[in-house]
Design a protein around this ligand. Structure first.
Ligand code: AMP
Ligand code: GLY
Length: 426
C-alpha cells in the first residue's frame, strides 16, 4: 500500500515507525513530517492544514490510505473532502470529529447516550455566563467550545476567577472564535486516565491503557502542557478493567452515533476522571493521544496498517489486537520556556548514543535538519525518549538512561514520569 501520514509530532513519528514495519507497506509519505520521521517516510513540504494540497498530492500519487494524526485537519473536514475525492482516509468524518471540535456538541452527545460526565451549562452570551458563575457553586471548569490548542480550559475556584476567565474567552476572544460559546461544568476530583479505542463504528478494539503527565514540572507542578511523558500499561487497570471502562465511556457513544446514522470511524480517545463515584468523561479527542501513542504503539504486536485500512474502508475484519507483555515509558524533552514562549534552532546532541541502547526509540516531536544537516530543535516538545522494559521500573530506568545522554540548549524534562505508579507496584 502507498500511505500518506499527516502531521509532524512525536505521535506521527511513532505511527511512521510502526507503519514502516508492515509487510503491506510499499511507500510511506509524511506531510510535513520532521527529522525523525524522515527515517521512515519521504517528507513533503505540505502543511497538515493544507487539505487541498494534500488531496492533490494523494490523487496524483495514487495514495491507497491517508492516516491523519492531529485534530485540526479532522475538525476542518479532511475526511469528507478526501471521501469526495475518492481517497480512503483513517480519521472521523467532519460531523463526528465535532466530539473534539466542539465541547458543547461532545457534552450533548454524552448526555444523550448516558455517558457519565460533569453537570454542565452552555452559554453564548457573556453576561448570562457571568451571572451564572456568580450564582452557582464553585469550583467550576470553564471551557472554550472550539479548538484552542489544548489551552481553552480554565479551572476556577472563585466567582471572580470565573468572571475573569469568561471575559478573556468570550469578550477579549483570546482563543478567537473558539470562545463564541463556552461550556461551564462542575469540577471533578480524582486521578486522570486516558482510554483509547479503534473503531469502524461498530466493532471496538480497545488500545492498551496509558497514563499521561500533563503538568510541565516534577510533582505535577507548573502549567498544563500537551503532555510531558507517559507510560503503558496503567499500573491500576488491567486489560479487563480497561475493557470495562471502554464499555462505560466509549461504547455508548459509538453505538448511539451508529444508530443515528453517523457512525464514528477512527480512534476515539476518552480523557477520564476516576472519581469516587466511578469514571467520568472530561473530554473526547478524535485522534491518537500524544505522548500516549509513543508508549502504546511499541507494545502493539499486531500489524497496524491493515487495521487502519479496514477502518478507513468502514469494516474491521478482526475483533482484537495483540500486545507485548513489556511495559513502555516515554520522557518528553522540551525546549526551555515550553509551554510558554521558547527559542528554536538549537543543535541536539546525543541522539545516536541514546538510540544505541537496546529497546530505546527516540521519537522526534519538534526537530528539523538545519542547512548543515544537523538535527536541531523546532518545537516546544522536541523528543519523546521512549523505552520498553520487562516492567515499568526497567522501562523507566532505560528511558532516563537514554534521556540523560541527549542535550540541547535550554532543554528540560521531568524526572518523575511513572514514579507514582512504580511506588504503587512496589
Ligand atoms: P479537557 O481539554 O476538557 O480534557 O481539559 C483539560 C484538562 O482540564 C483535563 O485534562 C483536566 O485536567 C482538566 N479538567 C477538564 N474538565 C475538568 C473537570 N470537569 N473537573 C476537573 N478537571 C477538569
Ligand atoms: N496527551 C494529551 C492529548 O493528546 O490530548
Amino acid at each position: 500500500m502507498r500511505v500518506l501520514l499527516v502531521g509532524s509530532g512525536g505521535r506521527e513519528n511513532a505511527l511512521a515507525w510502526k507503519l514502516a514495519q508492515s509487510p503491506k507497506l510499499a511507500k510511506l509519505y509524511c506531510a510535513p513530517g520532521n527529522a525523525g520521521i524522515a527515517r521512515y517516510a519521504e517528507c513533503l513540504e505540505i502543511s497538515s492544514d493544507d487539505i487541498d494540497g494534500l488531496l492533490k498530492f494523494a490523487v496524483g500519487q495514487k495514495i491507497d490510505l491517508v492516516v491523519v494524526g492531529p485534530e485540526a485537519p479532522l475538525v476542518a473536514g479532511i475526511h469528507d473532502k478526501f471521501s469526495a475525492g475518492g481517497i480512503k482516509l483513517f480519521g472521523p468524518s467532519l460531523q463526528t470529529a465535532m466530539l473534539e471540535g466542539s465541547k458543547s456538541f461532545s457534552k450533548d452527545v454524552m448526555s444523550r447516550f448516558g455517558v457519565p460526565t460533569a453537570a454542565y451549562e452552555v452559554f453564548t452570551n457573556a453576561k448570562e455566563a457571568m451571572q451564572y458563575v456568580i450564582e452557582t457553586e464553585m469550583p467550576v471548569v470553564i471551557k472554550a467550545d472550539g479548538l484552542a490548542a489544548g489551552k481553552g480550559v480554565v479551572i476556577c475556584d472563585t466567582s471572580e476567577q470565573s468572571v475573569t476567565a469568561l471575559s478573556e474567552i468570550m469578550e477579549k476572544k483570546v482563543f478567537g472564535a473558539a470562545g463564541d460559546k463556552v461550556v461551564i461544568e462542575k469540577k471533578l476530583e480524582g486521578e486522570e486516565l486516558s482510554v483509547l479505542a479503534l473503531t469502524d463504528g461498530e466493532t471496538i478494539l480497545p488500545l492498551a491503557s496509558a497514563r499521561d503527565h500533563k503538568r510541565a514540572y516534577d510533582h505535577d507542578r507548573g502549567p498544563n502542557t500537551g503532555g510531558m511523558g507517559a507510560y503503558s500499561p496503567s499500573a491500576q487497570f488491567d486489560e479487563a478493567a480497561i475493557g470495562d471502562l471502554v464499555n462505560k465511556t466509549i461504547r455508548p457513544v459509538i453505538d448511539g452515533l451508529r444508530k443515528e446514522g453517523t457512525p464514528y470511524r477512527g480512534v476515539l480517545y476518552a480523557g477520564l476522571m476516576m472519581t469516587k463515584e466511578g469514571p467520568y468523561v472530561l473530554e473526547y479527542n478524535c485522534r491518537f493521544g500524544d505522548p500516549e501513542t509513543e508508549v502504546i504503539l511499541p507494545r502493539l504486536k499486531s500489524d497496524l496498517l491493515p487495521v487502519l485500512a479496514e477502518i478507513a474502508e468502514g469494516k474491521l475484519k478482526r475483533s482484537s489486537l495483540e500486545w507485548h507483555e513489556k511495559s513502555c515509558m516515554t520522557v518528553v524533552m522540551a525546549s526551555g520556556g515550553y509551554p510558554g514562549a521558547y527559542q528554536k534552532g538549537f543543535p541536539i546532541r546525543g541522539i545516536e548514543a541514546a538510540e544505541a541502547i537496546p529497546d530505546v526509540f527516540i521519537f522526534h516531536a519538534g526537530t528539523v535538519f538545519n542547512s548543515e544537516k544537523q538535527i536541531t530543535t523546532s518545537g516546544g516538545r522536541v523528543l519523546a525518549v521512549t523505552a520498553l522494559g520487562e516492567n515499568l521500573r526497567a522501562a523507566c530506568e532505560r528511558a532516563y538512561q537514554a534521556a540523560n545522554l541527549i542535550n540541547f540548549e535550554g532543554g528540560f524534562f521531568r524526572r518523575d514520569i511513572g514514579r507514582k505508579a512504580i511506588e504503587v507496584l512496589k
